[in-house]
Design a protein around this ligand. Structure first.
Ligand code: SAM
Ligand code: ASE
Length: 347
């Protein structure tokens, strides 16, 4: 079978050509989001390209080509009656691509399109140099990764939107990967908007959850991302230098992957010192396979960490080694099958 597949790929490189098209397909979806196509179709009957163009102030020709491509990738549907093509939304576009859906991935799309897409322009150079391109792209030293990511209020809010939207998809699986009920006090270190903390509160209502992050981030989180039923607390500080609040459980979601190993070990030692007896640390990351054969999503994320941060994605064995150096033991791994997985280690 494998031979047959590679044989047909040799006859004609279908898969390769599809990969070449990857960036175009991304931009088709991102552009349609930006233009409001999915929001319009969420609430309307099927519309012609001319009607959509008129409502969104687009060229009729451009709209028609974009809509057809969205049908081609099965994100929209089309029916032709009496010579007129009428486009309509799908369940997937309504649920994930329309702005006002509770599961909207609009913020993820906006950040990928406006920030990550231009950064990936520098990928070859990042690979040559083995470091992020923040100096070249924004004039900010490569070590100051959050100064670069938060280079303006607008960029900070967009990044926070991206962080927030991951947990719409993976939050439940991540917080239920282990039974965290025994942990009464929880600190989500580098907890950003509080989205994962909120998911923790929902799942473990008797636990008290504190989100610890940089002052500008906790300010923006409370101002822009707060929800009515919030029972999370925010505390601001620098996790590398300021005192950490004591807790039974420290959650570090997508924090370790931002930093080189030595910084991770130093951070985990500080976490270990603040962690109560009987406590633990939960790492939430996109885990690589030990075999190096995937998952492709995590491998792409690792390259993203190269262009944007000082970190990388890692397989469980590397996290276990870092945890061990940080003073934690007995690391257990749960793969969720989605983007983000969980590792629990004991104090
Ligand atoms: N845990 C969140 C999540 O997974 O959605 C956010 C992950 S984000 C990649 C890393 C977080 O670490 C950001 O919210 C950032 O502001 C925070 N952070 C970076 N450096 C920090 C520091 N020195 N002290 C406290 N928080 C920091
Ligand atoms: C970080 C996570 C991310 C730092 C920078 C980041 C992500 C994008 N930029 O800790 C999220 C996951 N990766 C992608 C490509 O979406």
């Amino acid at each position: 079978m494998a031979e047959q597949l590679s044989q047909s790929e040799l006859d004609y490189p279908f898969k390769l050509l599809e990969y070449f098209n990857g960036f175009r397909i991304s931009k088709i979806i991102f552009s349609a989001c930006e233009l409001g196509v999915f929001d319009l179709l969420l609430t309307s009957d099927p519309l012609s390209a001319a009607q959509i163009a008129a409502r969104l102030e687009l060229s009729a020709d451009g709209a028609e080509r974009l809509l057809d491509a969205l049908v081609g990738v099965e994100i929209l549907e089309v029916e032709t009656t009496q010579g007129t093509a009428l486009y309509s939304s799908t369940d997937v576009s309504n649920l994930y691509l329309a702005k006002d859906s509770p599961k909207s991935l609009q913020a993820m799309i906006q950040y990928q399109s406006q920030t990550i897409y231009p950064l990936w322009h520098h990928m070859a150079q990042a690979v040559r140099e083995g470091k992020n391109q923040n100096e070249k792209a924004f004039g900010i030293p490569a070590e100051q990764i959050f100064e670069a990511i938060y280079r303006s209020e607008d960029e900070m809010l967009k990044f926070m939107g991206l962080m927030n939207s991951s947990w719409i998809l993976d939050g439940h699986d991540v917080v239920t990967a282990f039974d965290l009920a025994p942990f009464q006090t929880v600190v989500d270190l580098g907890g950003c908007t509080g989205a994962l903390a909120r998911e923790l509160c929902r799942q473990y209502p008797s636990s008290a959850v504190t989100v610890f992050d940089l002052p500008s981030v906790t300010d923006a989180a409370q101002k822009h991302f707060a929800q009515d039923d919030d029972n999370i607390t925010f505390q601001s500080g620098d996790f590398f230098t300021d005192d950490l609040p004591p807790a039974d459980l420290f959650v570090l979601a997508r924090v370790v992957h931002d930093w080189p190993e030595e910084k991770c070990v130093a951070l985990l030692r500080r976490v270990h010192a603040a962690c109560k007896p009987g406590g633990a640390v939960l790492l939430v990351e996109a885990l690589l396979f030990e075999s190096r054969r995937g998952p492709v999503t995590a491998q792409c994320f690792s390259l993203n960490m190269l262009v944007q941060t000082q970190g990388r994605e890692r397989p469980p064995s590397e996290y276990a080694a870092i945890l061990d150096r940080g003073g934690f033991h007995g690391a257990q791994v749960r793969r969720t099958g989605k983007c983000y997985d969980a590792i629990l280690a004991l104090r």
